[in-house]
Design a protein around this ligand. Structure first.
Ligand SMILES: Nc1ncnc2c1ncn2[C@@H]1O[C@H](COP(=O)(O)OP(=O)(O)O)[C@@H](O)[C@H]1O
Ligand SMILES: [Mg+2]
Length: 221
């Protein structure tokens, strides 16, 4: 099992109230799964994803990633090595070209420049997108932007890609293309996906679907 969440609870407190967002939810992801979490805006999808990636800590419960219990001592290195994150927008730094946007995270991860560059070339080549290398993010269509952003996620060869509403800014055709790319990467590279969305078209590509509602996570049959 790649990821196991057990009885995760999370609430947000301010001076006036306490808001329970996750009431003891559990979830499992296998190495090759494409898991989609549906739910309306505000139900806690991003909270759940951020707990998996270690960006926020749960109040209670256990996150087990790749056979290890995630805690404050190892969560950063787990995220660095094994998890990539795709957001609905703002994935790329506007002042860097595509190639540098893809190389930078690898350098931060300890790759030598040459090694990082050849990894990036290999990934762009794989989709016949090498001609995008020197383009700047604001010269990409929203579809190209998201596909490049997704390719950027795979460069370090993570075990899991977390995608938070990755198609929210895309039209029909680009949405379809991104979903196809997710399936292709999942097949060719064998990486798992955890996707939050309210786009029911993910049904076609998901191996497992959940619905988050009222603090509970239920499997969609
Ligand atoms: N840091 C925070 N402090 C207080 N409330 C928060 C915080 N983050 C999220 N929330 C609240 O928790 C609920 C779930 O948020 P979120 O996980 O972003 O939902 P979703 O991604 O499904 O739209 C929302 O009501 C949101 O306002
Ligand atoms: Mg969200």
């Amino acid at each position: 099992m790649l990821l196991r969440l057990e009885n995760i609870e999370k609430s947000y407190k301010n001076n006036f109230e306490e808001k329970n967002v996750l009431n003891g939810i559990s979830l499992k992801i296998r190495d090759n799964d494409i898991v989609t979490i549906y739910g309306n805006s505000g139900v806690g999808k991003s909270t759940l994803l951020n707990i998996v990636s270690g960006i926020i800590n749960p109040d209670k419960g256990i996150v087990n990633f790749n056979g290890k219990i995630v805690d404050n001592s190892n969560k950063l290195s787990i995220r660095k090595k094994m998890i990539s994150i795709l957001l609905q927008k703002d994935n790329l730094l506007p002042e860097f070209n595509v190639s540098d946007n893809m190389i930078l995270p690898l350098i931060i991860n300890g790759f030598k420049y040459m090694e990082a560059e050849s990894r990036v070339n290999e990934v762009l080549d794989y989709l016949d997108m090498k001609n995008y290398k020197l383009r700047y993010p604001n010269h990409l269509s929203s579809g190209e932007y998201q596909r490049i952003s997704l390719l950027r996620c795979i460069c370090k060869k993570p075990k899991l890609i977390i995608a938070d509403e990755p198609t929210a800014n895309l039209d029909e055709k680009n949405c379809e293309q991104l979903m196809k790319l997710i399936v292709k990467l999942n097949k060719d590279y064998g990486m798992a996906f955890l996707i939050a969305s309210h786009d029911k078209r993910f049904k076609k590509v998901s191996t497992l679907e959940y619905e988050l509602f009222n603090g509970d996570l239920k499997i969609n049959e």
